[in-house]
Design a binder for this molecule. Structure first.
Ligand code: TXA
Ligand code: MG
Length: 339
């Protein structure tokens, strides 16, 4: 199959929407990362998403909608708190896990009786959902385990020949995937963050009385621990290069990489720090927002440059920086050095 690269002009959007309606898989831009989209209610279309990504069958997909009225066509129960959160944060990078309706097939929800739902804010994603008039299941459009794509070129790299088309909507503005939350108890006043993202704990606390962070955000799950989100079990976001996350002061980081310097050894540091390191090196911004925007493309670029091992300066795990930190400890397979 030849994968067509489409633009965001009106005729190309109509073509992409027609493909989605026909049950084809299309790479689409969202404000977080590019998604691998198909009709969430069409099991054969959704099967092609799993096969193009090489994704384990028990890892459920997020369903994307474009109108508030569509929420009740996907979720069987909508707690008042979910409505409040949707009012505050949709369209945007918040995914809510809710009980699913029976017409969402088992393959879409990884056989769970819940489903993750999100209303993206990217105008191209919105247009494609409205034009195709179907709820869109879309995981990140990377090969399973590899860093998520934030440009159409990243998607072409991973999916060329495996899917019908990719729509180019430019580089993603957020750069890391949505915040995923689940409601606890009767859904009245507590939510648990399963995956941190642009919508932070502090932002959620303005609407929700109790917000907790799942331990799997910081630590590798131990044998027997409860898995609240199947995605937490799997290796994620890893480039081919061996990533080591280094936490601590700049001077100690610089001393460590100086000792480790050698063929194929790279550093990934904050803007402005590269000048004082005499080794191959890339930077990924200086504040949390810039780091989120750049992290996945820099991990991919390190592979293109032939890096074997990369020492990464850990971001501050605060605000959106927590999302970046969470992706990096997973990219590093939880190999963290404190200096
Ligand atoms: O920003 C995003 O969320 C992007 C864009 C394309 O919308 N999508 C995305 O999808 O990141 P994916 O499949 O790469 O990550 C979804 C995560 C997985 O870790 C999955 O296990 C979890 O959400 N998830 C989905 N449905 C769930 C459910 N019913 N219960 C628990 N976790 C769920
Ligand atoms: Mg993903």
């Amino acid at each position: 199959m030849e994968t067509k690269l489409l633009s965001d002009c009106a005729s190309d959007l109509l073509e992409a929407a027609a493909l989605l309606k026909q049950g084809c898989v299309v790479g689409i831009p969202t404000e977080t990362v590019y998604g691998l989209a198909a009709d969430a209610r069409n099991p054969e279309a959704v099967r092609q998403i799993f096969s193009a990504k090489g994704r384990p069958a028990d890892n459920p997909l997020i369903v994307h909608i474009a109108k508030m009225e569509s929420l009740e066509t996907v979720a069987a129960v909508i707690p008042p708190l979910a409505e409040k959160l949707a009012e505050q944060f949709w369209p945007g990078s918040l995914t809510m896990i809710l009980p699913k309706r029976n017409d969402i097939p088992e393959i879409t929800s990884g056989r769970l009786d819940t489903v993750g739902i999100r209303m993206p804010s990217h105008p191209v994603a919105q247009a494609l959902i409205l034009l195709s008039d179907v709820p869109i299941a879309a995981p990140s459009a990377n090969i399973s385990g590899y860093p998520s794509p934030t440009t159409a070129q990243h998607v072409m790299r991973d999916m060329q020949g495996k899917i019908a088309a990719v729509v180019d909507g430019g580089a993603c503005s957020v750069g890391v995937e949505s915040t995923v939350i689940a409601f606890e108890g009767n859904g009245a006043d507590t939510v648990r963050i399963l995956r941190p993202g642009f919508v932070t704990k502090e932002m959620l606390e303005e609407v929700v009385p109790h917000v907790t962070l799942d331990p799997a955000i910081f630590h590798q799950l131990q044998e027997g621990q409860t898995v609240h989100s199947p995605g937490m079990k799997y290796q994620h976001y890893s480039p081919r290069a061996h990533v080591v996350l280094v936490e601590g002061a700049w001077n100690a980081f610089a001393a460590l990489v100086k000792r480790e310097k050698g063929s194929g050894i790279y550093a990934l540091v904050f803007d402005g720090e590269e000048a004082s390191l005499s080794m191959p090196c890339l930077t990924y911004g200086s504040c949390g927002q810039e780091q989120a925007q750049q992290i996945f493309s820099k991990l991919r670029e390190l592979d293109d440059m032939g890096a074997q091992k990369v020492f990464v300066r850990a971001p501050r795990p605060e605000g959106i920086g927590l999302a970046v930190y969470n992706r990096l400890i997973r990219a590093a397979g939880f190999e963290v050095i404190q200096v």
